[in-house]
Ligand binder design. Structure first.
Ligand SMILES: Nc1ncnc2c1ncn2[C@@H]1O[C@H](COP(=O)(O)OP(=O)(O)OP(=O)(O)O)[C@@H](O)[C@H]1O
Ligand SMILES: Nc1ncnc2c1ncn2[C@@H]1O[C@H](COP(=O)(O)OP(=O)(O)OP(=O)(O)O)[C@@H](O)[C@H]1O
Ligand SMILES: [Mg+2]
Ligand SMILES: [Mg+2]
Lengths: 258, 258
């Protein structure tokens, strides 16, 4: 059945969405069938994949909060690219935490909803909001592994210990199979000392060094531009730094490293 | 009594913390007495102001969740700079949403805690996490106005409508005096088309145009480097683009514009 991968980091703006949609795009170019599930109420992955929904279509909110009426299969949308599908987010996901507060097993709602899609895709990639709340815990309960984009900046580095604690807590109580797949250095800007210093720390710190992907995603204006046209940079400009870096990352990911 | 200003945007990584600590620094250079309250459990503003706490010191978590034992005054820390104090964040703030779920008036906890500090400072600046949950609602219940940093990128632009809805809901139910002070374009990178396009949209869109600050904060490597040394860029490199832009913003803010 599918490899289910969470992309998470509580720190905001570290490249979670850019990583989720570009890894998905690069893997689809290698012939994998990929589903992206956007679990961020801000729906940036939905927009980044060029999907503009009318209000009638089912979303991740429906399948998590109203599973008796909407199945995951109903929420799947085809993107412009073959082999790359999406379950879009909805702003109402923001209310899930309060809506499900009294529901027993509320952390397993996503996992249950995704079961019928078990054998349909090679890879499922879950984008998360910048928090460790119920939505992210649902994603961790459902996933087999977690990729952690980490901007090469001290604020993003500081956020890692809380994330590791949360992963351990989920492993202990909800999903013993969850593992940390790796840490991907993102938005690396060779002009700044802080980028180099943070990358060094990531590669030397006891808790992070063995999880570091070799690939480093460079800061790159084409990535910023790609969001506006609703295309992952891998499809938007295939020879840009951004596309090359994410294609190299997809190769490394498939090789099973780090 | 003090002007209480929230700095908020649900989108992650748009420069909320950088704006909060640099506006505070620039205002203190103009002779204002300023308090920064860090309401983000990731405590980036605390770190950005170079404050490294031992576990014994009181924090924003204590004054919001255990007001009977800790008063706001107990949580105040002096920074290295005269006229610039801080109430530090704590990772336990992340649990406030669940801890206070049954507490009547839970959205007014911060406001009540801050009342004894009413006349002590000229200006209070509240940093928020990238979400519109209870912590941010507490900040909106306490504040008189909101500054919205908005990275010149479509994902950040998209987040504005949800933020406006939340401000309206708080005005209607909790704090009728709350007003939107202005939208500050941040991380503007003149090399990318998307920066120019998003800035144009902000300046032309019916809902945003009248709120736009004239000052635009340029993308600037010194700002990234400043976080590593625990100093706002305004103190770290006074002639850098970052420092100049934030000092210009402080002037514009004091003039009462937009
Ligand atoms: N390698 C890169 N080079 C340049 N810009 C980048 C890069 N990666 C991401 N960005 C830009 O940085 C911003 C943050 O990226 P993104 O939205 O993917 O982060 P995120 O972690 O998903 O944010 P959030 O926490 O809000 O979900 C976006 O404007 C994006 O275009
Ligand atoms: N004008 C700028 N030029 C360059 N880098 C900037 C600028 N403003 C902020 N940054 C960098 O962008 C990142 C995000 O900034 P910051 O942490 O202030 O955003 P935030 O909105 O507070 O994030 P969060 O949503 O996680 O709280 C940081 O690495 C910061 O150093
Ligand atoms: Mg995102
Ligand atoms: Mg912040």
């Amino acid at each position: 059945s599918a490899a289910i991968i969470a992309v998470a980091n509580e720190k905001g703006g570290v490249g979670k969405t850019v990583t989720a949609i570009n890894l998905a795009a690069a893997l689809s170019l290698k012939g994998k069938t990929v589903l992206v599930v956007d679990m961020d109420p801000q729906a940036n992955a939905t927009r980044g994949l060029g999907v503009d929904l009318d209000d009638l279509h089912a979303t991740a909110y429906d399948m998590v909060c109203q599973p008796e009426t909407v199945a995951a299969g109903d929420a799947v949308v085809q993107t412009k690219w073959k082999g790359l599908d999406l379950i879009p987010a909805h702003v109402d996901l923001a209310g899930a935490e309060v809506e499900l507060v009294d529901v027993v097993g509320r952390e397993n709602r996503l996992k249950q909803a995704m079961e019928p899609l078990g054998g349909v895709y090679d890879i499922v990639i879950l984008d998360t909001p910048p928090s460790l709340s119920l939505l992210t815990v649902n994603v961790f309960a459902c996933a087999g592994s977690v990729i952690v984009p980490c901007q090469t900046h001290p604020y993003a580095f500081d956020a890692l210990s809380e994330l590791f604690d949360t992963i351990e807590a989920v492993q202990g109580e909800i999903n013993p199979d969850l593992r940390l797949s790796g840490i991907l250095a993102t938005m690396f800007d060779r002009r700044t000392r802080v980028s180099h210093n943070t990358l060094d720390r990531l590669r030397k710190d006891q808790r992070t060094q063995k999880f570091m992907y070799h690939t480093v995603i460079r800061s790159n204006t084409t990535i910023a531009d790609s969001a506006e046209v609703g295309k992952p940079v891998v499809f938007y400009r295939t020879t840009s730094f951004g596309a090359l870096d994410y294609k190299a990352f997809a190769d490394e990911f498939l090789s099973g490293k780090p």
